[in-house]
Design a protein around this ligand. Structure first.
Ligand code: IPT
Length: 267
């Protein structure tokens, strides 16, 4: 039996580690995985990728592409009666989905900075056309406002280290004591920008990422981050889809927990 995976670009670390985790679980369970990768997250491209997998007669479809509710619902209908599982949709979408707890992740990052006594906090968000980036951003603002704070600056990158590097220079103009970053790759760019400007992390500036990708413990300094367990996601996604082959999965969102991993970029 064959599972199809439609994924956002595998040039990004998180989706590629998620795809790897799915491949591993699928092969443990005797399934193969066919991957259809999007260069750009456009709805038409996603539809074409799904059609491509259906033409290859896959038995179920996993979709790791940030999708608005209606787009996800349309794709699920297109795949019907095959089971589908979405990995990057909001809580309102009437499809079967498995996601990490974005709100808890955002709150953990803010609370960690507040516990360290940091008050001038800048935010480096992900691309706001991605659901997960918006949820993290909203979660940061909610957690800050609970402490009667507002960010001292906000910038937006595109998940890449290059964008983190560029946006960091803009954020530093507001003299933050902390930068909360929407993913580890952008945090890598932030660390490089700080090193070039002679800013000591974590003494002068605390930096936290989001993902805990495989290399984040090897950044310099090792990155404090919010861990999303991609191995767990891959396992649960494949097991959930396989269960859906025999009994149709209900529409609904399952939420996986995230955790704080303290390393050496925060103090
Ligand atoms: C999300 C990652 O956290 C982020 O770093 C980026 O790679 C993004 O994917 C790409 O879409 S994880 C996703 C399951 C919400």
């Amino acid at each position: 039996m064959t599972l199809g995976l439609v994924t956002t670009t595998l040039a990004l670390h998180a989706p590629s580690q998620i795809a790897a985790a799915m491949k591993i679980r699928a092969s443990q369970r005797g399934f193969s995985v066919v991957i259809s990768m999007l260069d750009e997250n456009l709805p038409e491209a996603c539809h074409a990728a799904v059609d491509n997998l259906l033409a290859q007669r896959v038995d179920g479809v996993l979709i790791n592409v940030p999708l608005e509710e209606e787009e996800a619902e349309r794709l699920a209908q297109r795949c019907h009666p095959l089971p589908t599982l979405f990995l990057d949709v909001g809580p309102q979408a009437r499809v079967s989905s498995l996601v990490f707890d974005a709100f808890a992740g955002a709150r953990l990052a803010v609370e960690h900075m507040l516990a360290l006594g940091r008050r001038r906090i800048a935010l480096l968000a992900g691309p706001q056309n991605a659901v997960s980036a918006r949820l993290r951003h909203d979660g940061w603002l909610a957690a800050l406002s609970k402490a009667d704070l507002e960010p001292c600056a906000v910038a937006q990158g595109d998940w890449s280290a290059a964008s983190g590097y560029q946006q960091c220079h803009a954020l530093l103009a507001s003299r933050p004591e902390a930068i909360i970053v929407a993913n580890d790759q952008m945090a890598l760019g932030v660390l490089r920008a700080c090193a070039e400007r002679g800013i000591n992390v974590p003494e002068a500036l605390s930096v936290i990422g989001y993902d805990d990708t495989a290399d984040s413990a090897w950044y310099s300094p090792p990155l404090t981050t919010i861990r999303q367990d991609f191995r767990e996601l891959g396992e649960q996604a494949v097991d959930g889809l396989v269960a859906g082959l025999t009994q149709p999965p209900g529409a609904g969102q399952r939420v996986l927990p995230v955790s704080l991993v303290e390393r050496r970029t925060t103090a």
